[in-house]
Design a protein around this ligand. Structure first.
Ligand SMILES: [Zn+2]
Length: 482
């Protein structure tokens, strides 16, 4: 049985391990994973380890349902404002109020004296604000809240309504997802894998580049077809996203199976699904690779596995194992070259599954069983449980439902989000020449954020665009990233 939603989310409910495309943030839909045993809303797939869930529920209140619509502020129906002890309350409608502490409002003043419109940096000393600061006056203006502070020089702060709604913390109000929703996938992605063309990506208008990076954001990988089968063209393609990250393997790499570097990647052996750089504190964000030639042999199919999809299944079927993978740090090393000896900092490593500490959402998969170091930090009673957990994890990763196998051809490059999608390959013979590059996660996200300002501007930025001094240099001071 297949269901399709408006967001092209397809959920297959025929058997365990068989739902193929899940949207990470979709809520209030029920997926039956085990022929009737489990019935939970799909919102549970917003993967949350119970450790972080507990921390989040004690430190922050849960976000309101995404579907709950905040009232738009109109000029003839302005919010009611009231000054309470230590804070200002804003009534969006009769039942829904946001409260902001006086110290918070003063600290977030974005007047030209307090916030530099070009550098987007704070200009005053937060610690000069009296602890008991209170407004002289608060006023509901057509575009936002105006607060006048006691000071020698007249000083008024202004906050757009949409910005206050977005940043409301008491209570937290619905916030749109940062970007397009992520779609989790299994092997059926082979029917229509995300793809862009080289010409699109290289075009000057950046629209194809935006499409490429959005593919990576949504699916965790994307093919690029029509790439000239040369290292030069592939390097140009990589540089469309950002700086190439130099590592012990070099900057832009171009290699064959000659063990030029002490790593299994430089052999003809099969490689199970893994993420790269588990031995780094900050594993590379994207990996781009391009098969330039394969002569005198066969094999060498590429394997891709959506780690977030595998994790969502782990969480549903084996919640205790999921929690262990979310908590137990795994040490790792890169030691195949005598001139380097890499370990993450701290050297106890990081858990296999990483989460946003506030939202509990899964943010990173780190998994390379070959690079794992000695597990000498496990409590004795956890040793067998942890080995059981990674066995289950390995089952989720190697299930035929999870594995997407593809035979790459010269001319098609693939870029993979190394914090989400695991990659591997089958053994091969003959001679293969591959080239590619690492790109840092921050470079990729920065480029995507800039393209989004151009092609999908934020609602708060749009709502506050006609406020004086909102955009002194083309970037709004009310940008949600600031
Ligand atoms: Zn100010």
């Amino acid at each position: 049985m297949l269901k399709a939603s408006a967001a092209s989310t397809v959920v297959c409910m025929a058997r365990p391990f068989s739902f193929q495309f899940l949207s990470l943030r979709r809520s209030a839909r029920t997926v039956d994973l085990t022929g009737g045993v489990l019935r939970r809303p799909l919102s549970t797939y917003q993967a949350r380890s119970s450790a972080t869930a507990t921390a989040a529920s004690t430190s922050t209140q849960p976000f309101r349902d995404q579907s709950q619509h905040l009232p738009d502020v109109t000029h003839d129906d302005l919010p009611i404002i009231s000054q309470d002890v230590g804070q200002v309350a804003i009534g969006w409608d009769t039942r829904l109020w946001s409260r902001f502490h006086n110290i918070w409002l003063r600290d977030h003043c974005r007047c030209p004296n307090c916030f530099h419109g070009i550098t987007k940096q704070r200009l005053f000393n937060t610690f000069d604000i009296p602890k008991d600061i209170a407004p002289l006056r608060v006023e509901s203006k057509p575009n936002g809240l105006e607060v006048t502070w006691p000071s020698k020089e007249p000083h008024a702060s202004f906050y757009p309504w949409a910005w206050l709604q977005r940043n409301s913390y008491d209570p937290p109000l619905s916030r749109p997802p940062d970007l397009a929703e992520k779609i989790l996938w299994g092997s059926k992605i082979q029917k229509s894998p995300p793809t862009v063309t080289y010409d699109e990506v290289m075009a000057n208008d950046d629209r194809g580049l935006y499409k490429w990076l959005t593919n990576i954001h949504v699916f965790g990988f994307s093919f690029v077809t029509g790439v000239p089968a040369t290292p030069e063209a592939t390097e140009k393609l990589s540089r469309r996203i950002g700086f190439i990250r130099e590592t012990q393997y070099g900057k832009f790499w171009d290699f064959t199976s000659d063990l030029a570097k002490g790593d299994t990647a430089y052999t003809t052996l099969a490689l199970g699904a893994h993420t790269d750089n588990t031995y780094f504190t900050d594993p590379c964000g994207l990996q781009l690779f391009h098969l330039l030639s394969h002569t005198d042999g066969t094999g060498g199919a590429t394997l891709l596995v959506d780690g977030f999809y595998a994790a969502s299944i782990m969480k549903e079927l084996h919640p205790e194992a999921y929690e262990l993978l979310s908590k137990v740090p795994v040490p790792a090393h890169a030691a195949g070259e005598l001139t380097s000896l890499y370990r993450p900092s701290p050297s106890s490593g990081y858990p296999t599954l990483g989460h946003d500490p506030i939202t509990g959402e899964i943010t990173q998969v780190r998994w390379n069983n070959d690079d794992r170091s000695v597990m000498n930090h496990l409590a004795p009673e956890l040793v067998e449980k942890w080995y059981d957990a990674i066995r289950l994890w390995n089952q989720c990763l190697t299930s035929p439902d999870s594995e997407y196998w593809v035979q790459l051809q010269p001319g098609t490059a693939v870029v993979v989000d190394n914090h989400r999608v695991l990659h591997g390959r089958s053994a091969f013979d003959g001679k293969r020449r591959m080239c590619g590059a690492y790109i840092g996660v921050d470079e990729y996200k920065s480029k995507l954020a800039v393209l989004r300002e151009q092609f999908a501007p934020d609602a708060v930025v749009q709502a506050s665009s006609d406020i004086p001094n909102a955009q002194p240099d083309g970037r709004s001071i009310w940008n949600p990233a600031l």
